[in-house]
Write a protein that binds this ligand. Structure first.
Ligand SMILES: Cc1cc2nc3c(=O)[nH]c(=O)nc-3n(C[C@H](O)[C@H](O)[C@H](O)COP(=O)(O)OP(=O)(O)OC[C@H]3O[C@@H](n4cnc5c(N)ncnc54)[C@H](O)[C@@H]3O)c2cc1C
Length: 383
């Protein structure tokens, strides 16, 4: 494994770091408190090329690789996990699928506006009765008698950026009797009639990322909006999620790194019993374990990114990276509060926000149990 960064990778990391520190840091606590979607900074992320990092330049993206993408996400997540997930969903869950499965004409219409950050894309697989068991979907897409339009009906839940999305990659059943083999992937234009957004979900963390349900009531979509063939839906969704998991792992890494850096600094300032708390072995051991878990997460993430860059199979590596990084984020942020004592529990400092933000990384884009399932299948069945 060669992790020596290219000039382009260093440049995007530095750009993301600079932008996060100058433009996102001043509003991060406030938008966590209010839950306001940060439209202005998201627009600027688009202008800087952060919303379509891996998309070829001809379709509005920055044309960089997966390592560049994870470096940028980590820097944004260090400052604000809400911005990181908005970025990750647009980059991975929306743009990745279109980059790999859409036709040239579809890319021009649906990919270019979101990769360039002019519009926002979302991804809609989950339904009220099916999250981990995603093949059990009830949203139905029926081709009309003329064969030129699908009529879509049903309800989808938990759509990140759903309240603001211009386009949504949607998965629906075209032949429900075939279960996951009877599904298709569509790009929803949220301005067409029959599409409605539900109320914004109140959440524990990533509070400035907007999440909602959506309903489709005889929503009509031209066949041009179908990505791939009927029957390809589940395959596309799983492939997109494999790629997305590397982004969520990088988000988790950023949250953990922020909590770790704050803990190291605080332990060298805070005094108890006449010593800096960093001099207590109990604190040192927490810091050592934090550093080790973060470093292990980083190596797993870079490994998954490099496998993806070199077009090797990377499902197992992406699952390992997400599993380890998300559980590290949860563990490190818990210990960061411990190291800070009472002030760590207060909204005076961002430590409690890191802790609340970390939890979601163990849930979305496949829970930790689902990641273990993927890894175990690879180990036992060679998949
Ligand atoms: C803030 C937020 C944003 C989200 N954004 C999106 C989005 O943009 N698009 C989208 O489509 N979805 C999104 N989701 C949905 C998310 O991906 C699901 O919540 C997640 O996959 C888990 O599904 P579930 O909530 O239905 O839980 P369930 O699947 O009901 O799981 C409940 C529990 O059972 C466990 N479990 C389930 N099956 C197994 C099994 N086979 N073996 C062992 N344990 C199992 C789970 O790990 C979990 O602990 C979002 C969710 C949240 C909370």
């Amino acid at each position: 494994m060669d992790f020596e960064l290219t000039e382009e990778q260093q440049a995007i990391r530095d750009l993301a770091r600079d932008f996060a520190q100058k433009e996102i840091a001043p509003i991060a606590a406030q938008i966590d408190e209010t839950g306001e979607f940060p439209s202005a900074t998201v627009k600027k992320m688009g202008e800087l090329g952060l919303m379509g990092i891996e998309v070829p330049q001809e379709y509005g993206g920055a044309g960089l690789d997966t390592l560049a993408y994870v470096l940028a996400i980590e820097e944004i997540a260090k400052v604000c996990a809400s911005h990181a997930v908005i970025m990750s969903v647009n980059n991975s869950l929306y743009c990745y699928g279109l980059t790999h499965f859409a036709t040239d004409a579809q890319k021009k219409k649906f990919l270019e506006p979101c990769a360039s950050g002019k519009k926002i894309g979302a991804f809609s697989l989950t339904e009220p009765q099916s999250g981990s068991d995603a093949g059990n979907m009830k949203v139905r897409a029926t081709l009309n008698a003329q064969g030129d339009q699908y009529v879509i009906n049903g309800r989808k839940s938990w759509i990140t950026s759903g309240p603001v999305a211009d386009f949504i990659v949607l998965f629906a059943a075209t032949q429900p009797e075939l279960k996951h083999r009877g599904t298709a992937c569509f790009v929803v234009d949220t301005t067409l009639p029959g599409f409605e957004r539900g109320k914004k979900e109140p959440k524990l963390g990533i509070r400035a990322s907007a999440t909602c349900e959506t309903t489709y009531d005889n929503y009509r979509l031209p066949v041009f909006h179908r990505i791939g063939k009927e029957g390809d839906g589940f395959k596309i969704a799983m492939s997109v999620l494999d790629a997305g998991r590397i982004g969520i792992a990088a988000q988790a890494l950023g949250i953990a790194a922020a909590a770790y850096e704050a803990s190291v600094a605080y332990s060298k300032e805070r005094e108890a019993f006449g010593s800096k708390i960093a001099e207590f072995q109990a604190i040192q051991w927490m810091i050592a374990d934090m550093a080790t878990r973060i470093e292990a997460s980083r190596l797993l993430i870079y490994n998954a990114a490099l496998k993806k860059n070199s077009h090797e199979k990377f499902s197992r590596e992406a699952a390992m990276a997400k599993l380890h990084a998300s559980e590290t984020a949860m563990w490190v942020t818990t210990k960061a509060i411990q190291i800070h004592g009472g002030i760590g529990y207060s909204k005076e400092l961002p430590i409690e926000r890191y802790f609340r933000d970390a939890k979601i990384t163990e849930i979305y884009e496949g829970t930790s149990e689902i990641q273990r399932l993927v890894i175990a299948r690879a180990a036992l069945e060679g998949k």
